[in-house]
Design a protein around this ligand. Structure first.
Ligand code: AMP
Length: 190
């Protein structure tokens, strides 16, 4: 079976993390979450982790050149070279998408999968699981930030004919089945 090399996109609350883990098992490709990598660095207490932690606490993005360095190294590791990857959380900006297209292994990206859940639906889901300090205003701010960051990326990949949109409404298993169907349709047949 040929390796999958994909980027996953989806609003917070779209179930992207859950699906990424299932897809990683199904295709045998590592799930590479830049958010998880940064959180590990924070826990390890390295100087890099300390700086990243401050940026994350502010709700800002870690600078593009730093993230590009992190992902370039990760995609060069044996498992990603041999088995492909499911990128989650990267790219987040058009500059990162351009850098990915020029990276060894990143240049072999096959498709970008957008798990699509309507804004009203994710807003409701986030409100249901929100903590007391998670006001509707804070939720709206986070969703607006995602929209501002991700809309240009969606256009970037649409223009390159690389975007797959999968309906993210339904049960975990229904959405997973749709994802596998959409991915298998575009994978090069060996
Ligand atoms: P996530 O778990 O993907 O929501 O990421 C958590 C935080 O890590 C984000 O709010 C950013 O501060 C930072 N982060 C993760 N991925 C990236 C990226 N590709 N570019 C910049 N910052 C990132």
């Amino acid at each position: 079976m040929s390796a999958v090399r994909l980027v996953l996109l989806g609003r917070q609350g779209a179930g992207k993390g859950t699906q990424a883990v299932k897809l990683s098992e199904h295709y045998g490709a590592p799930h590479i979450s830049t958010g998880d990598m940064l959180r590990s660095a924070v826990e390890e207490g390295t100087e890099f982790g300390r700086q990243a932690g401050e940026i994350m606490d502010r709700g800002d993005l870690v600078p593009d050149d730093v993230m590009v360095g992190v992902v370039t190294e990760r995609l060069a590791k044996d498992d990603a070279v041999a088995s492909g990857y499911l990128l989650d959380g990267f790219p987040r900006t058009v500059a990162q998408a351009e850098a990915l297209a020029a990276m060894p292994n990143g240049d072999a990206l096959q498709a970008v999968v957008n798990i699509d859940v309507p804004l009203d639906e994710v807003r409701t889901r986030m409100q249901l699981r929100a903590r007391a300090d998670d006001t509707p205003e804070a939720i709206d701010r986070r969703l607006a930030l995602y929209e501002a960051q991700t809309e240009p990326l969606i256009r970037f990949y649409e223009e390159r004919d690389m975007l797959l949109v999968v309906d993210g409404l339904g049960t975990v298993d229904e959405i997973f089945a749709r994802l596998v169907e959409a991915i298998d349709r575009i994978r090069p047949v060996l």
